[in-house]
Write a protein that binds this ligand. Structure first.
Ligand SMILES: Cc1cc2nc3c(=O)[nH]c(=O)nc-3n(C[C@H](O)[C@H](O)[C@H](O)COP(=O)(O)O)c2cc1C
Length: 202
């Protein structure tokens, strides 16, 4: 089978990319509006793109009606966000937080997701997340430049909260304990529970 991406519809291109580039980690992003209303939403077009400076990136698309998503509005207005990883135990809550709610309504409150204060940034963080990265916005890049239809948010990591429960006895992440979600195509998800090791060639 051949797929000519130069002639696919945007929806088909999305479906093929999202169902092949898998599993994708999920950034569960909390932010705060200028009025102080908290917001929470998942994004699977997400990666670590630099370790020096430590930088994560998420891709925020537009809503179907062309309006901006709350995450982008808040992050552009305040310059701060928290990016959480999602444990299997939090799967339902993460999914619920993807609901399209009016600006000014908090997914934390609407979905009953418990939060706790962050230390270096104002947006709250998700209580019980295995890892939470407190970030400041390094750059917001409309993409592609000539006809943007999404925004790339580059987030510099200032501080990470790592749940002691996912650490091994050396104080490092134990992948068997981390158990975070990955996104596959459609409505499918995976867990990081099928793990094996390989030694690199010299
Ligand atoms: C698992 C999952 C992954 C998602 N990934 C993205 C993504 O990468 N980019 C995006 O724009 N929307 C993504 N969405 C949809 C947003 O979460 C959704 O549009 C949400 O309502 C945005 O919320 P906000 O307006 O509060 O920012 C995803 C939804 C789910 C459930």
């Amino acid at each position: 089978m051949l797929l000519d991406f130069t002639s696919l519809t945007p929806l088909d291109a999305y479906r093929w990319l999202a169902s092949t580039v898998t599993p994708r980690p999920i950034a569960w992003v909390s932010s705060l509006s200028l009025e102080g209303v908290s917001n929470l939403a998942p994004f699977s077009f997400f990666q670590v793109i630099s370790d020096e400076p430590p930088t994560l990136m998420i891709n925020v698309g537009s809503r179907d009606d062309g309006s901006l998503k709350d995450t982008l509005r808040n992050v552009q207005a305040t310059g701060e966000l928290v990016i959480q990883l999602v444990s299997f135990a939090q799967a339902e809550a993460m999914n619920a937080s993807a609901a399209v709610l009016p600006h000014g309504v908090s997914e934390f409150e609407q979905c009953g997701i418990p939060s706790q204060p962050s230390l270096k940034v104002k947006p709250p963080r998700v209580l019980g997340a295995p890892v939470a990265f407190e970030c400041r916005v390094a750059q917001v890049q409309p993409y592609p430049a000539q006809a943007p239809n999404c925004h790339l948010i580059f987030a510099e990591v200032l501080l990470a909260h790592v749940d002691d429960a996912v650490l091994n006895d050396k104080g490092r992440i134990d992948p068997h304990k981390l158990d975070v979600l990955g996104r596959l195509g459609g409505m499918a998800y995976s867990r990081t529970s099928n793990i094996f090791e390989m030694q690199r060639p010299g």
